[in-house]
Each structure stands twice: as C-alpha cells, then as structure tokens.
Design a protein around this ligand. Structure first.
Ligand code: SAM
Length: 472
C-alpha cells in the first residue's frame, strides 16, 4: 500500500496528466501533526490574484463526467436528484478501483470521518440540547439509500458491476451494513468536500435591458473538485478562491501569501455546530457565526402555558409562511439585540400576544406584526423562552466554563476527548447567546420596546430568505 506522501504524489501526477496546471510555488502537505489531514501550503511567496492551479472541467468527479452517465437512462439521474446521483457515480467509480479515472483521487480522500454522523452516542450527548443533534440525518439518508439508490443499482446491476458474473448478487449485497456505511461515507465526502459547480455556460437569464436575473434558489450541481478540496478552511485566514471559467476552474490567491503559509478556502458563515456536523472540526474563528435555536415546540408550549390560544394565529402565520421548526438567535460581540433575533420569531411572538381585536384587524388587512420592534410583552415572552431554552441544557454556562479550565480544549478532533471538547465548545457558544439575550432583555421586558433592526433582505418576512444565508 502506498504511504501517505506517495498517495499525494501519485494524485498530483494523475492530476497533471489530466490537464491540470499547478503553480510550482504550492505544495500538498501532510498536516496530520496539526490534525488537519492534507493541506495546501505556499512553498514560495505568492502574489495576490496569482494562479495557484487550474483544472480542466473534465477532472471534476461529477455525474456528467462519469461513464455511468452515458450507460443508464438520464431520467434515472433526474429521479434520483443531484445528491443521490453523485453518490451513485462515486460508488460506481470507487468500486471500479484502478479502472476508474479518479482512482488516484480516491486514494487521497479520507475513509474515516469525524463528522457528527460518525460520533458515538456518549459523544453526541455532550452536545446536550443543541439543535444540531436533530440535523444529523443518518436515518433519513439510510432510508434514501435503501428505497431509492439500491433499487437503481439492482436495476442496472450488469452495468454497475460490468464484467462481473456476480453482478446481481453484488447489487443485493449493497444492502449489507458495510455497503450502507460506504454510502454514508460517500454522502459525507460530498458534504465536506464537494463544490457547487457553476456551469460552463451561465443559465442566468438576461432581460431586455441586459440585466442578469439572480435566481438565488437555483441549485447548482455538486461536483468533487480534486485539489481544490485539499484546501483546509478558515473563516479569518481565507486567502484563496475558486473561479469558474468556461473550460476550467482556477484557484487564485485573493491575498498575498507568504512562503510557508497555509492556503485556506472559506466554507462560509457556518456556526460551529454546523462546522462540526459537516466538517468534523471547529475553530474559534467560526464562533462569531454561532447560533442558538429556539424550537417551535417551545414557543407553542410557552404560549399555551400562558393561556394563549394559538391555533387560529398559527394557521394564519402558516399561511404567511412564518412558521418553522425553530428560530435562530445569532451571536454578536459586543452583544445587543439589533439584528440578532430572526425577525420571524419576533413576528410569531407578537402575533401570539396581540389582543383579539387587534389580531382581527391585522387579519382583515392581511398584514403581520412589525418584525423590527419587540413590545414589552414580546420581550417578556422572549425572555421566558430563552430561560426555558437554557434549562433544556443539563449543565449551566458557568459549569461548562469551569470544566473548560479544568480540562482544556483538546485539538485532536478524532479522539473521544477531542470530540467531548468540541461538543462542549459548541454548547458553550449556544449558552452564551442565551445568556446575552437574557441580559439584554431583562431591562426591556419591563421598560418598553426593543428594536430588532435586522436587514430586510436577510431573514425578514418581506425580504425573501427566511434565515441568514448559510452555505450548504
Ligand atoms: C475539503 S477537506 C480539506 C482537505 C482535508 N484536510 C484532507 O486531508 O482531505 C475538509 C476537511 O478538512 C479538515 N479541515 C478543514 N479545515 C480545517 C482546519 N482549519 N483545521 C483542521 N481541519 C480542517 C476537516 O476534516 C474537513 O472535514
């Protein structure tokens, strides 16, 4: 078996042979001693906008680039959807071993993951009441594998396992636990490594005046982009970006990079809970994006405990697309309420609290309460909610912080202690937001109104997206 460095070298040789142009100023490095797997490092100073590498589009491991795409009906891929289709072609290419164009690439991709899907129950329990525990999605993914993916492999067994007289049996064997695990791993690779690949020719429509319509909801196909995905990420130290051109993809420096510095991508404004779920590591640089979720159930429980009959109001809010399973409150340093509370939560609370005649009046006009002002009663209810939410975590913020001084953060993400430490950092981040909101609201709840001037475009009832946009 090839060593770690040999696998890196053969990967680079394969990539160059596939038409990639790699700047000799960069190196693919073994960063395992820093618990960061492989990473890309500058061997010499790099100038801003300098090309780091350029890849032909044909090197991307995507649905369309796989041989399988031409071997089975296109409608099968359409029915599977982009995520399962990419898993299907990755399984196909992976089981083809050396016959696959991407064999050298698979050898540098990990087979073990530290993402939440692979944590033990006791490790997940350390996340306590974090909403991220409800977003791991292992059972849902397994169901899709069994109900949608494996039937396709069965139907096209002779293509999928071409040349193997055991093709049909092998398709049946896909139901075995080790193969379901393989599918989870392919899904996890996509989650942590894949890029949203902009098409060679833009599908964006240009209107009569020449303006391009920006359809934010247009989902781009995902593809595994060799080498681009060997960059680690850091919210603060991001110094490179991938540019999509017609025939190729170019990674360029967006800042001057000195010899010896690591080259970092950016995964977007992810809270540490999501960074852990998707990428299996955290750093303090993502703490500014932390969120705590107020579950919808908690809002309805609190309302009914206060004698508020919410059914009619909730139906009305549902019609206006205000209801969600939970509502984020965002971190801010130094903390103040402006812009930290999802406007939908403000609208929900205020609608629940309105006197009957005012609610009727609003309903007649087909309107909603204002999202940018929290009334004294609203602040009191929000205060009750954040206190009740904090109670859902079995330990207090103070206890967690005390523990932190006794057992410092362990940077080896892969050990149990490391996972415990990351989980603790995530829950501390969430509890800090709850404490900050509680402190900010305590005054307002008795003294008047608080403003919540979140920008309309980011997460307001009139402004499109429900929540602050997060990558992935
Ligand atoms: C897109 S890959 C980057 C390449 C990866 N290091 C490798 O060896 O394959 C993303 C994974 O790299 C690791 N990673 C990314 N950024 C990191 C960082 N700043 N510190 C530690 N690990 C990081 C995480 O395991 C993450 O799931």
């Amino acid at each position: 078996m090839a060593t770690f460095d040999e696998a890196s070298q053969s990967f680079l040789v394969w990539l160059t042979r596939s038409g990639a142009d790699i700047n000799p100023k960069i190196e693919l490095k073994d960063l395992r001693s820093a618990h960061a797997g492989r990473g890309v490092v500058a061997a010499n100073d790099v100038e801003v906008e300098e090309l780091l590498f350029r890849l032909p589009r044909s090197a991307i491991l995507s649905v369309e680039n796989s041989i399988l795409y031409n071997e089975i009906p296109k409608v099968t891929f359409e029915e599977l959807g982009p995520w399962l289709s990419l898993i299907l072609v990755m399984l196909y290419e992976y089981q083809n071993q050396d016959a696959s164009n991407w064999a050298s690439y698979f050898r540098v991709l990990p087979s073990e993951f530290n993402t939440l899907m692979f944590w033990e129950d006791d490790e997940l329990a350390e996340l306590q009441a974090s909403a991220v525990r409800g977003k791991i999605g292992t059972e849902g993914a397994d169901r899709l594998f069994v109900e949608q993916l494996i039937p396709v492999i069965r139907e096209f067994a002779e293509v999928f396992f071409a040349g193997d007289p055991r093709a049909k049996e092998r398709a049946e064997e896909m139901l075995q636990p080790q193969n379901i695990l393989l599918m989870r791993k392919m899904g996890s690779l996509i989650m942590a490594y894949a890029f949203d690949v902009e098409p060679a020719v833009s599908h964006k429509e240009v209107d009569e005046e020449g303006y391009v319509s920006e359809d934010e909801d247009e989902a781009l196909p995902k593809g595994m982009v060799p080498l681009a995905d060997m960059l680690n990420a850091d919210a603060e130290r991001n110094n490179a970006r991938l540019f999509y051109e017609e025939d190729c993809l170019s990674m360029k420096a967006i800042k001057p990079i000195q010899a010896g510095e690591e080259i970092f991508n950016d995964y977007g404004p992810l809270p540490r809970s999501d960074l852990l779920r998707r990428y299996g590591y955290i750093t303090d640089n993502y703490a500014e994006y932390d969120v705590v979720e107020i579950p919808m159930d908690l809002v309805t429980q609190t309302a009914s405990a206060a004698g508020i009959n919410s059914k009619e109001r909730l139906d009305y809010l549902e019609e206006h697309d205000i209801l969600d399973t939970g509502y984020d409150i965002y971190a801010k340093t130094p903390f103040d309420l402006d812009g930290t509370i999802t406007p939908y939560l403000v609208v929900l609370i205020e609608a629940l609290l309105l006197p009957a005649d005012e609610f009727e009046r609003l309903k007649q006009k087909n309107k909603l309460p204002k999202e940018d002002k929290i009334s004294a009663a609203g602040a009191a209810m929000l205060l009750q909610l954040v206190r009740a939410r904090a109670q859902q975590y079995p330990t207090s913020l103070e206890e967690d912080i005390q523990q932190l001084t006794a057992v410092p953060f362990i940077a080896d993400f892969t050990t149990k202690e490391g996972r415990y430490a990351m989980a603790r950092a995530v829950r501390i981040g969430e509890k800090k937001i709850l404490r900050d909101v509680e402190q900010a609201l305590s005054g307002f709840a008795t003294s008047g109104t608080a403003s919540n001037n979140m920008k309309r475009s980011a997460g307001s009832p009139g402004g499109g997206a429900k929540k602050k946009q997060r990558a992935g």
